[in-house]
Design a protein around this ligand. Sequence first.
Ligand SMILES: [Zn+2]
Length: 276
Amino acid sequence: MKKIFSTSLLFLLISSLIVYGWGDKGHKTIAAFAMKLLPAEMKFTDQFKSAITDHSVDPDNRKRDDKSEGPKHFIDIDYYKEFTDGIVIMSRDSLNKLYDEKVVTKEGILPWATEETFFRLIKAFKEKNKDNVLLYASDLAHYVADGHQPLHATVNYNGQLTSQKGIHFRYESDMFDKYLNVIQNCYEENKPYYVQYIKDYIFDYIVEANDYVEMILSADNYASGKTDGKFDKEYYRLLWFKTKYVTINEINSAALCLSSLIYTAWVDAGKPVMEY
Ligand SMILES: [Zn+2]
């Protein structure tokens, strides 16, 4: 009985740890960077930009009451045999046929959730519905950020397959929070652009994120090797030493992708003039 209790407690603990992509601070940093990049012609006020930044963490909080929300935050893209052979199947229907819908949902539906949110944002702009622009721009902020977290794009999302359990939280929250000031000072000025092929664009950054998984896992091995498996201050200094360029690059890349998608939705809606 005791074992069952501790196992379920552990499961709960792990589930709660892997709930957050980037943690709240990471999500807000990415959203805030993206808001700075948005072109002035869109006329978002500072207050509206702050509201989007604040609400960018809402989709994580929704998971508690909405069971369909969880799979929207990740895709175990390397679960699929075709991916390991260098082929990305972007059609959810095709994957459903090959692997069964239940499996596809279980392995995560982040790219399609992102795409759907993008189309909802276009509709909100077209209808000049300020509340829905806020809702879907904030949701998009969340999903685009999750798509730039390498450990949200792999079947080995918590190092569980390589005896590195807990790396998800150590990387995206513990290390991120410790180096938050440095990350916040690495904002890059970029110009958002029009995105023509939305699904390809989303899959591209997810595939890129997956490319960094091995680097993060090897950084974890390197750091824990130097500290005899202790996750102390020195461990985090070494983990950061090995991952900082990729991390800062992914944060800025997420901000640019997000601002480009919001800008594209606004252009596709006919560049509506709205009061924010
Ligand atoms: Zn998330």
